[in-house]
Design a protein around this ligand. Structure first.
Ligand code: 6R9
Length: 636
């Protein structure tokens, strides 16, 4: 029996037990059977969560793009690999076959080489959701360059921080991008970022919106003419299994974003395995994940996971509301999508609109629905199940993180009975556990605690780029010998997991992880602001929205609070991006603080969430009197 494709519940338990009894054997079998290795590994796994150090398939040699592309050419050369659906529904969709993808990736890889990029160099990719984004990711991987994709909704200063943190030599961008009825001038954002990034030597510019842009002599180069001249063959760079594949930034609870570094062999094995099982992908299915490739979901389940399985993966440039709220369903109908994978925030937004937008389309091609990014609430789950899946498509509520590389806890469709709001059971090889505040494992069922993972899995991030101490601190120091996820969870009477949300200072707004610290830093830049604290509160579309408590300096110039609120949000937009704007801003004379001077966000969170009956003990505060003041002036 192959371990690779689980087909029923009994088999799941069998495979799961086997994977836990001997994880090395389990992953070795998967790695052996399904991939092309230029040289077999010497050692399946070595690990030490104290250092922390984890190595999978050490000594193994491979190139992930050979597995994503070359190996499919003989049997699936003419099959569509990437199905590009443009922002404008009137523009024709583009079907890129495996053969064509091979040529385009090779050409791009040769362009990178001609511009001096070699193995180990970092390349920042700041592109809209156009084919060049997936192709440039693969081109980097083909020559062993480390890609760092930055979501094209980030501001110039967020981009600059990320470029500098991993000292990227090159930026790949475009003149701009289309999003609904807007165009975004990406190149000018890059130009501004590059005023602060001495490490960047070259900017490769793709053409999408055909706007006039500035090209800086000696630095900026148009992509297309170089591609036209480039050779269609590019030998792969043979990589070690533990060579870095990419860096992807995620927000932390303090200051700088964390550049999570993923390596080649383990990431390949795990994303391929989870793609196949969590979506029960079969040949000729059309898979669509609506995420942006700027997030881990797009890396693992638009690009790598699907292509490793020879799948057809849809890449959508636009937004769910353009030209109207039926766009997603129109695309499902048009391309006969089999698996549809999106975020709760999108489901909630579309669930608010008339079901006429859904009913106009034939959704009968759908087999499986997926959810990712944040807890899915019961109402959204049912709307999705009733209106999109017509009660016939299992919903896979997939829990995982940028750090985990692939899906960790999820039902397997047609295998695991689903339960609304529950991510249910771990993937093979994944050993979740719940701990209490003292670090004691909570055994048995019907319990809740902090979610940790006890044993390494192939696609875990190996470090935070340039800051291994922070990696240890953040993930391996809270509890001994455990990877701490930062999430809370409960385990029900049958052992199903439900993720309850972050237990740290990360707030998930519309599926985007936002650290409170960088937003507070931005707010504090305003000359009138003395101090600020940001918390999340429930929002019926975004999941959470942001509430800012702001102490002003004693200054007479800023009496007009409406303008002040606008200016503060403007600064946030410049520093982080519009997704981090505050929905509510309350000006206050003080913030509740502990005696050691830490802001008690717990209290502010309860006030913002209207849970003032249950503030807990405030007597240990340095300034308990401000609490009532804040409650009295709360913004509704
Ligand atoms: C893949 C991704 C990670 C955080 C994670 C958790 C939340 C993700 C979830 C979920 C409940 C789910 N999260 N999936 N919470 N149910 N199915 O989203 O990665 O952007 O790094 O976010 O998202 O809080 O810790 P990332």
């Amino acid at each position: 029996m192959s371990n690779y494709h689980i087909k029923n519940f009994e088999e799941y338990f069998h495979v799961y037990r086997k994977s836990i009894r001997n994880p090395e054997n389990f992953w070795e079998e998967v790695a052996e059977e399904h991939f092309l290795w230029r040289k077999r590994w010497d050692n399946v796994l070595s690990w030490d969560f104290k250092k922390p150090e984890v190595k999978w398939f050490e000594g193994g040699k491979l190139n992930i793009t050979e597995n994503c592309i070359d190996r499919h050419l003989r049997i699936r050369g003419d099959k569509t690999a990437i199905l590009f659906e443009p922002n404008d529904p009137k523009e024709a969709a583009e079907h890129i076959s495996y053969k064509e993808l091979y040529k385009r990736v090779n050409k791009f890889a040769n362009v990178l080489k001609s511009q001096g990029i070699k193995k180990g160099d970092r390349v920042c990719i700041y592109l809209p959701m156009i084919p060049e984004l997936a192709i440039s990711v693969l081109a980097c991987a083909r020559i062993g360059a480390i890609h760092s994709v930055v979501f094209a909704g980030f501001s110039s200063s967020a981009l600059a921080t990320r470029i500098n943190d991993s000292s990227c030599k090159m930026v790949i961008t475009s003149d701009g991008g289309f999003r609904g009825n807007k165009t975004i001038n990406l190149k000018s954002i890059v130009d501004e970022a590059l005023l602060k990034t001495p490490c960047v030597e070259t900017v490769l510019v793709a053409k999408r919106i055909k706007s006039t842009i500035e090209m800086k002599e000696g630095r900026d180069v148009w992509l297309q003419p170089l591609l036209d001249k480039a050779d269609e063959e590019c030998e792969i760079e043979v990589m070690d299994a533990e060579d870095p594949l990419f860096i992807l930034y995620t927000s932390g609870s303090t200051g700088m974003p964390k550049g999570m570094m993923h390596t080649t062999g383990g990431y390949m094995v795990y994303t391929a395995f989870t793609f196949k099982n969590v979506f029960q992908y079969r040949e000729n299915d059309i898979f669509w994940c609506t995420a942006d490739i700027g997030w881990i979901t797009g890396h693992s389940y638009i690009v790598y996971g699907p292509l490793l399985n020879g799948a057809t993966t849809v890449m959508f440039e636009g937004v769910p509301s353009y030209p109207d709220f039926g766009r997603f369903w129109e695309i499902v109908d048009k391309h006969k999508v089999s698996q549809f994978y999106t975020a709760p925030t999108a489901i909630r937004a579309l669930g608010k609109e008339s079901v006429d937008f859904v009913e106009k389309y034939d959704l009968s091609s759908l087999k499986t629905l997926g959810s990712v990014g944040e807890p899915i609430n019961e109402e959204a789950w049912h709307w999705y199940n009733d209106n999109i899946g017509k009660k016939k498509c299992p919903i896979v509520d997939t829990w995982w993180q940028t750090e985990t590389g692939g899906i960790m806890i999820s039902p397997i469709p047609f295998v695991t009975p689903t339960k609304p709001t529950y991510a249910t059971l771990p993937m093979p090889g994944i050993q979740p556990t719940l701990l209490d505040e003292n670090g004691k494992e909570i055994t048995g069922n019907q319990v809740d605690g902090r979610l940790c993972i006890k044993f390494p899995w192939p696609s875990m991030a190996r470090t935070i780029w340039g800051n291994h101490d922070r990696y240890r601190e953040t993930y391996f120091s809270a509890f001994e010998n455990m990877y701490f996820t930062g999430d809370g969870a409960l385990r029900d009477e049958v052992g199903y997991y439900r993720i309850t949300g972050r237990v740290d200072d990360v707030i998930i707004v519309s599926g985007h992880n936002l650290g409170t610290a960088p937003i507070e830093d931005a707010v504090n830049e305003h000359p009138a602001v003395a101090e600020s604290a940001i918390v999340g509160f429930p929002h019926d579309v975004k999941g959470n929205a942001l509430y800012g408590f702001v102490i002003l300096k004693e200054t007479g110039e800023y009496r007009d609070h409406t303008n002040l609120r606008k200016e503060i949000n403007q600064i946030i937009t410049e520093h982080i991006g519009p997704i981090a704007k505050l929905d509510k801003i309350q000006f206050t004379v003080g913030l509740p603080k502990t005696r050691s001077g830490k802001i008690m966000r717990r209290i502010l969170r309860k006030i913002a969430c209207d849970e003032i009956g249950n503030l807990g003990d405030t007597s240990t505060l340095l300034n308990p009197e401000v609490v009532q003041e804040i409650i009295d002036n709360k913004i509704d």
